[in-house]
Ligand binder design. Structure first.
Ligand code: IPM
Ligand code: MG
Length: 358
């Protein structure tokens, strides 16, 4: 039996609810499939851990998860801990040392889900956004001096390296080539950011020569928001910087029907380190504990995790079960305008797995 070691880090807020739902569904899937099993190790890291210990995860935390096959992550963020502490103390503290430089965010309009864009259906919107996940404003360069004085100064320096941009560009071209339309849009802001972003454009031109079968174009990030909204059919694969793609992927998830549906993988493509899979939504303290969080983003992230582990059949089976459930609007959670609970959606996906006989 193929066995995979999974580190589960539910983190904060609804992260707890959607990861436990996801693990239930994965358990049912493993039973149904019979060919693989998951050996799940649970970690209670996050804001509560921080309030107890002063750290978001223990000092030797990375060593505890380094040897697992994948990380299944919920969310970080709490109302009473500054966001930059939770983010840098856990999520980025894993992504960066594990060199998970490719953040991949697919968006589709799932069956039964309505896009807020008038007349836009599944055939018009099928995107995957590749977010550079190690550089830009998230590289951690910058500082704050002369605090409290009128001359106080603060900087967040956007870092772009030739090696960092080249590897994400190759990753994006390869991904675009693997999709039927073989179409890539490179997003920058090379009119205003005239150094790093111009280098992105240069490197895009260079790497494109290695992929003559991929059609590609360039967009400025502001114009890209307009294109995503008004001409979603013209887009397939997108690559952008860490910050630009952070923003574009939230827009994408909303246009796909709800941020509660959208999944993410944080990949270390060379597989030197484990990759991490998480729903795109955050800890959502406004609905924490109410049992109404949409678990679909977490389920879809589990699909991406199985694909990464080399289990395409169970991954496809889980995706079918998810789509069967989203197709039924009685099983929509409040973010989709329904009144279903996390429990009901989870049970329905488990049931769909039981009856799936493909
Ligand atoms: C995301 C999130 C994070 C980010 C937050 C939690 C800091 O918005 O994964 O998109 O900006 O990377
Ligand atoms: Mg974001």
């Amino acid at each position: 039996m193929r066995t995979y070691k999974i580190a589960a880090i539910p983190g904060d807020g609804i992260g707890q609810e959607v990861i436990s739902a996801g693990l239930e569904v994965l358990d049912q899937l493993a039973k149904r499939d019979g060919g693989f099993r998951l050996d799940v190790v649970h970690f209670d890291w996050g804001s509560d851990y921080y309030k107890r210990t002063g750290l978001m995860m223990p000092a030797d935390g990375l060593d505890k998860i380094r040897h697992c096959d994948a990380i299944y992550f919920g969310a970080v963020g709490a109302p009473d801990v500054p966001d930059h502490v939770t983010l840098w103390g856990l999520r980025l503290a894993i992504c960066q040392p594990f060199d998970q430089y490719a953040n991949v965010r697919p968006t589709r309009i799932l069956p039964g889900i309505e896009s807020p864009l008038k007349g836009v259906t599944a055939k018009d919107l099928d995107w995957v956004i590749v977010r550079e996940n190690s550089e830009g404003e998230y590289a951690g360069q910058g500082g704050r001096s002369h605090r409290g004085l009128p001359e106080e100064v603060a900087t967040d320096v956007a870092i772009f390296t030739r090696s960092g941009v080249t590897r994400i560009m190759r990753f994006a071209f390869r991904l675009a080539r693997s999709r039927p339309r073989k179409l890539l849009t490179v997003v920058t802001k090379s009119n205003a950011q005239r150094h790093g972003m111009v280098m992105w454009d240069d490197i895009a031109n260079e790497v494109a020569k290695e992929f003559p079968d991929v059609t590609w174009d360039k967009m400025l990030v502001d114009a890209m928001t307009v294109r995503m909204t008004l001409k979603p059919q013209t887009i397939d694969t997108v690559v952008a910087t860490n910050l630009h793609a952070d923003i574009l992927s939230d827009l994408a998830s909303a246009l796909g029907g709800s941020i509660g549906l959208a999944p993410t993988s944080n990949l270390n493509p060379e597989r030197v380190f484990p990759s991490m899979f998480e729903p795109i939504h955050g800890s959502a303290f406004d609905i924490t504990g109410k049992g109404i969080a949409n678990p679909v983003g977490s389920f879809w992230s589990a699909v991406l995790m199985l694909e990464h582990l080399g289990e395409p059949k169970p991954a496809a089976r889980l995706m079918r079960a998810i789509e069967r459930v989203t197709a039924d609007d009685r099983l929509h959670t409040p973010d989709l305008g329904g009144s279903a609970t996390t429990r009901a959606v989870t049970d329905a996906v488990c049931e769909a797995l039981r009856v799936d006989n493909a």
